[in-house]
Design a protein around this ligand. Structure first.
Ligand code: C5P
Length: 226
């Protein structure tokens, strides 16, 4: 069987991590969360007391970043220098700081190289992979077999993030989430376009779909092109 490469991009709160994992599990593919790599890079720089505004110093730290991604979709892991940072990279502190690192072009070049290497390994070993992020369909793997842009209305995205962070999507929780989500998307948009599907990229709108339905919608796209 052919080692399929599936690229999924989308804004925060689009549900792309859960969807990408679901697709990878359904198809028996590896799973790469590239956002976790930017988060791990951010965690590392803060851990090393590097001011994120020091562009060259941040770039040097990320070039030497001892990062190992575990790509089992049932149990994805992120290790930096042997430490499991899976939870430490999900804090609001990291979420607020990550765009500063992700907008560093030398960082993007380095992490992009590592992401392409993971994808190439998955191709060559025959495992295949679902890689998920902001620029996978356009920059990292424009030659992927399947390319999907996962979108959702702002309302749906804020409600999802509120449930993730606060355990509820009542009005107060949504308000508490709004600034952070919209600011991060605005900051990220300065370097990568992920709101409009590039040529050949299939848009899947998850606003009115639950997780299972969204996974199925992406599986339908895979089926139609592979
Ligand atoms: O997907 P997630 O919200 O975990 O991504 C965290 C951050 O990593 C994004 O806000 C963005 O700044 C950065 N990112 C990126 N390119 C990717 C994936 C993530 O710039 N391919």
């Amino acid at each position: 069987s052919k080692a399929v490469v599936v690229a999924i991009d989308g804004p925060s709160g689009s549900g792309k991590s859960s969807v990408a994992r679901g697709v990878a599990r359904a198809l028996g593919l590896a799973y790469l969360d590239t956002g976790a790599m930017y988060r791990a890079a951010t965690w590392w720089c803060l851990h090393q007391d590097v001011p994120l505004t020091e562009v060259d110093e941040v770039a040097a730290q990320v070039e030497a970043l001892p990062l190992v991604m575990g790509t089992d979709p049932a149990h994805p892991t992120v290790r930096v220098d042997g430490t499991d940072v899976g939870e430490a990279i999900r804090t609001t502190e990291i979420s607020a700081a990550v765009s500063a690192v992700a907008t560093n072009l030398a960082v993007r070049a380095e992490l992009g190289r590592r992401q392409r290497a993971e994808i190439e390994t998955a191709r060559q070993t025959g495992s295949g992979i679902v890689a998920e992020g902001r620029d996978i369909t356009t920059v990292v793997a424009p030659d992927a077999d399947v390319r999907v842009l996962l979108t959702a209305s702002e309302e749906a995205r804020l409600a999802r993030r509120a449930r993730e962070v606060h355990g509820t999507d009542d009005a107060a929780a949504v308000e508490a989430t709004r600034d952070q989500v919209l600011r991060r998307d605005a900051d990220d948009s300065t370097v990568v376009e992920f709101h409009v599907a590039a040529d050949g990229v299939v848009t899947v709108d998850s606003s009115d779909l639950d997780l299972e339905q969204t996974v199925q919608a992406v599986l339908d796209v895979v089926e139609s092109v592979v």
